[in-house]
Design a protein around this ligand. Structure first.
Ligand code: ADP
Length: 372
């Protein structure tokens, strides 16, 4: 059992550097919770406060309901896996994994049993006598994970553990860590700047930006219901497209005008956009929700110039000019479009998002679940 709760957790470093502002998160037992956000948003600081490597300036950290703020790291029953593996170069794989147990004066036979069991789980059995320099990056990372497993901690913390691996190995290790989570049934907290890692591994994602939590939810919930423009643009590849539209009323009907084309919001969206008549809003649409048309559609037709294309095999990304910038649409690989050609596309308005130009809040979904 390990439930981790952050209540109003704030970190201010020496010299008045605000790193984390009033974080409220509940990480349930056995959850795989990923903190994701751009560099400098406060993810690592959050993790280091949970580990006890940084003091908490304000707020409370609870593990299984017990206040942890002043409990030393070694007594928190937490194991952390670092980006740089932090292995001892002069020790063998066995000794690296056993080290934490030896200093706790654990029985030798028990140490052996635990290390062997972890080595088997991580496919390291044949490498136990090697030194870290004789291992590949992926194997080193597995030793670092093994060192955490042998301690049977309540909570595993991972700080960007895959950043030093090449792209192919990252994909493999992603699956291995997810599998490990499944097998160990442990609470894991994972920090990354890579939204693909967050989407593929997390059972819960905490999106951070500018030292604050922006949204918490399951991966697909965040993808489909982003609370603001930041989350909408951060989750998903290629990212959501944004451009500005002006809300107007034409013949009693609400429309969103780009200048060269006009879009008609759904009835549900119109209810919320009424308050914006005469104002500009950000329009957001994902690349897979902009559909190529062989002939102009009667409604919501966007005639746009093709500025670039990227054939990826299974699909092609087409870049289309909207005013001075480009948006991306995904088309089937057999659709052949010429550079410079003007073609017709239609956004699926049921999938479209509208954001307030000042607050950047998602205008038409005011009832998004707030779990923080
Ligand atoms: P992330 O992990 O999201 O990249 P960090 O938690 O490392 O972000 O950093 C959050 C903010 O705190 C940044 O502005 C960073 O410069 C600052 N920061 C991090 N560590 C320290 C430190 N030891 N002293 C002062 N400021 C720090």
């Amino acid at each position: 059992m390990a439930k981790v709760e952050l209540k109003g957790v704030t970190k201010i470093y020496d010299g008045d550097v605000l790193a984390v502002e009033k974080s409220n998160v509940t990480i349930e037992d056995k959850e795989f919770c990923v903190f994701v956000g751009p560099s400098g948003c406060g993810k690592s600081t959050t993790l280091r406060m949970i580990a006890g490597l940084e003091d908490i300036t304000a707020g409370e950290l609870l593990i299984d309901g017990e206040l942890m703020n002043d409990v030393p790291p070694k007594d928190r029953n937490i194991a952390m896996v670092f980006q740089n593996y932090a292995l001892y170069p002069h020790m063998t794989v066995f000794d690296n994994m056993a080290f934490g147990l030896k200093i706790r004066k654990m029985d030798k036979e028990e140490i052996k049993r635990r290390v062997n069991q972890a080595a088997e789980m991580l496919d390291l059995t044949t490498y136990l006598d090697r030194k870290p320099k004789a291992l590949s990056g992926g194997q080193r990372q597995r030793v670092a994970v093994g060192r955490a497993i042998v301690r049977t901690p309540k909570v595993f913390l991972f700080d960007e553990p895959l950043s030093n691996l090449d792209a192919k190995l990252r994909v493999q290790m992603r699956a291995e860590i997810s599998d490990l989570h499944h097998r160990l049934q442990a609470t894991m907290i994972y920090v990354t700047h890579d939204q693909v890692e967050a989407m593929t591994m997390g059972t819960k994602i905490v999106v951070m930006s500018e030292k604050r939590i922006q949204q918490i939810g399951e991966p697909l919930y965040l993808y489909n219901h982003p609370i603001n423009k930041f989350v909408a643009g951060f989750i998903g590849t290629p990212p959501m497209n944004f451009f500005t539209l002006k809300i107007a009323e034409k013949n009693g009907k609400l429309v969103a005008d780009e200048g060269s084309f006009t879009l008609v919001p759904t009835e549900e969206q119109a209810k919320y956009l009424k308050a914006y008549v005469g104002k500009e809003v950000y329009f957001g649409i994902r690349p897979e929700d902009i559909h190529y048309q062989t002939a102009p559609a009667a409604e919501n037709n966007m005639q746009l110039k093709v500025t670039n294309k990227e054939p990826l095999g299974a699909e092609t990304h087409v870049f289309l000019q909207v005013k001075d910038s480009n948006i991306v649409a995904k088309v089937a690989p057999d659709v052949v479009l010429q550079l410079g050609e003007s073609v017709n596309f239609t956004p699926d308005m049921t999938r479209a998002k509208f954001f307030d130009k000042e607050t950047e809040i998602n205008i038409c979904e005011p009832n998004i679940e707030k779990k923080w």
